[in-house]
Every structure is written in C-alpha cells, then in structure tokens.
Design a binder for this molecule. Structure first.
Ligand code: ATP
Ligand code: MG
Length: 347
C-alpha cells in the first residue's frame, strides 16, 4: 500500500443560512455540507468521490485545495511540514505532514503549494479566455509558474504531445476549438507546473461519449506516466468504475463507505451505495437488476435528524437503532487497504 499524499482529519464545512423563528424561539440554520470526514488519499491513486447532488463532493474538493476554509478539521499534506520554510514544490521525500488548511488561501506558502495541486473542471469553455490565442495563453500560465522563453515552449510542446493536441492550434483562440480539444488544453494547463495532485470535478461530464472515452484514457495515462494522484469527482458511476482505484461514497456530507473500486462495484456493503448502483446502467442488456433505488428524495442537509442520515430512505433500516445514533465508519474487511462502512447493519 502506498504512502498517503493527503490525510484528511475530521474535516467539516458548515454553512450558516441565517436564523429561523419556530415556536417563538430563534434558531440558527446550519447546513452541514461536509461533516467530520476522516480518510486518506494515497500517492499515485485515482480516488473517486461519488454521491448524489448536494452530497458535498465539490465542497470537499475545494476544502482539500484550500480554496475554502474548513469550519473544523485538518487537511494534512505530505509536501508540507507545517512551517513556511519547509514548503517546497518537490518535497516528495518529506516524511512529515502539515495542515495546509491553516494557511491563508492567498499566502505565499499556499501559492508555492498550489503548484503541486491543480484542478480541472466540468466546463473548459468557461475557463479559457475565448479571445486569447492558445499558445499566448499557455505561455502566460507558464510565466506565472516561473517558466519563460524556450523552457516554457518546450514544456508546452511536451504536454501537447502527451495530450495528443496538434501544434496547428497554437494560433487559434479558445472559441474556435471543440469541447474535447478544450478539455485537453485544460489538462495541459494543469500539468504546466508539474503538479503531484489533480482534482478533477465532473471533468468529463459535459463531453460527448466518444470524446469522454478519449479524455478518460488520457487521465489514466497521466496517472501512469507522470505518477499523478487524482481525485476524481463524478456522479457517473460507470466512469468512476473505469478509472478509479478507490472510491469514497458521500451522502449529505458524511462518509457512507470507502473501499477499492472493485469492492464498491462488485460487493457494495452500504444500503446507500447499493441504491446508487441501482441507477448505474447494467453491464449486459437484460442482466438482472440487483439493487433498488432509495425511497423518496434526498432531504435537506439543514437540521439533520439524529441517527443515520440515510435512515428515512433506507430499505434496510432498523427502527430504534438507526434513528438514534449516527453510525461511525469502521473496517469490515480486516484486509490491508480496508473497506470502511458507516452502517448499523455491520456492527
Ligand atoms: N457557499 C455555500 N453556501 C451555502 N450552502 C452551500 C455553499 N456551497 C455549497 N453549499 C451547499 O452544500 C451542499 C453540498 O454542495 P456541493 O456543491 O459540495 O455538492 P455536490 O456533491 O458537489 O453536488 P453536485 O453533484 O450537484 O455538484 C449543498 O446542499 C449545497 O447547496
Ligand atoms: Mg459538485
């Protein structure tokens, strides 16, 4: 098992939505977007994050990149020992971990660390200036990271070769390119500072099926050739099964299950994970449907009732147990790597 790149410890992000008066009493409304998450992201893995809309996937990604300050908890990063002097873009030999969420997002230390951590979003069209010629835009990015002149051009050409882009688009502008070309460019741009970690949030969701397959192939290649660690946020379980090594399943801001992608898809334990799989297209036409969708709609993450947050929709709920205490995630496998499940059925 490889070392951890990130150690996420009791990480929470709660949003205050103002106050509400009920029965003459004014109460604060708090939305628990991410609630007390503890897990590791290992070096060199593709770590999938799944869950229905509103489960906290994007908030978690932004917390890990320190684009958002947590309400509590830590994002411990292996390249950061916790003091400004130790920050280095290539501190991979460091054995200590430092909490990067304690750094101000705009601080000098965080700026240095940002080279290590890049992101790729769903809609590449909105993240490129449509009027700037491609090479000029990429040279600006390179300059931002201290690469100029021939070194910048060599890096850009190397990444064009890796991503299968032709030099013929150098003079084109963003608005002249296809969605697939733009997503390859977004990958080039993310790779310019030679990062260790890429956070991809729904990075292939907006692409046509055939282009999606090509970009997914590229993600795999980046992981293998460059040794990158990838956090892959997606609501598309077929894509996650194809590309991810391990998967975390979130529901209303909490961990339901964490396991290898193989176990999540072939032997899911949590009733919520199973219900998510009910929505996944079957491998073969006519193949028997194994799981059922959850009952009802996803409730609000404001004012969560006591007990398991999936209680109201779970087909296997045990009244008097599941609605009293919130289940903690624990290992049900005993094997290295583990299989964590937060469910009273496994106690
Ligand atoms: N700045 C904010 N203020 C208040 N609530 C927020 C804020 N950002 C996110 N939320 C809420 O936090 C919860 C989690 O949102 P998040 O965007 O992380 O979900 P998600 O899993 O990425 O969903 P999707 O699949 O739709 O992208 C949602 O209920 C959302 O409305
Ligand atoms: Mg999201």
């Amino acid at each position: 098992m490889s070392a951890s790149l990130f150690e996420i410890r009791n990480l929470s992000k709660h949003f205050s939505l103002g106050t509400k008066r009920t029965g003459g009493v004014r109460r604060e409304l708090v939305l628990k977007a991410v609630d007390d998450l503890t897990f590791d992201i290992r070096e060199g893995e593709c770590f999938g994050v799944v869950g229905e809309s509103g489960s906290g996937k994007s908030t978690l990604g932004r917390l890990i990149l320190n684009l958002l300050t947590p309400t509590s908890g830590e994002v411990r990063y292996s390249g950061f020992k916790g003091d400004a002097k130790s920050v280095s873009a290539s501190a991979s030999d460091s054995t200590g971990y430092g909490d990067i969420s304690a750094l101000a997002p705009a601080s000098h230390e965080m700026k240095l660390l940002r080279r290590d951590m890049q992101m790729i979003f769903q809609n590449p069209r909105s993240s490129f200036n449509p009027k700037t010629p491609i090479r000029a835009g990429l040279r600006d990015v390179a300059r931002f990271y201290g690469l100029t002149g021939e070194r910048a051009d060599m890096k850009i050409e190397e990444l064009f070769a890796l991503t299968g882009l032709g030099r013929d688009i150098f003079g084109h502008r963003g608005d002249e390119l296809s969605g697939g070309q733009l997503q390859r460019l977004a990958i080039v741009r993310a790779l310019i500072p030679s990062p260790k970690f890429i956070m991809a949030d729904e990075a292939v969701s907006a692409l046509d099926v055939s282009v999606r397959a090509q970009i997914l192939g590229l993600f795999r290649e980046m992981k293998e050739r460059l040794g990158l660690t990838i956090m892959f946020v997606s609501h598309d379980l077929t894509v996650v099964e194809y590309i991810c090594d391990r998967v975390i399943v979130l529901y209303l801001g909490a961990i339901m299950e964490i396991a290898s992608a193989r176990d999540i898809f072939s032997a899911p334990k949590h009733p919520y994970t199973r219900s998510l799989l009910a929505a996944k297209p079957r491998g073969r036409p006519g193949e028997e449907k194994k799981y059922e969708r959850p009952e009802g709609e996803i409730p609000s993450a404001v004012d969560l009732p006591p007990g398991c947050r999936f209680y109201g929709r779970c087909r296997e709920r045990i009244p008097g147990v599941c609605d009293t205490a919130e289940p903690e995630a624990h290992d049900v496998s005993g094997a290295p790597g583990g299989h964590l499940v937060a469910c009273h059925l496994y106690r």
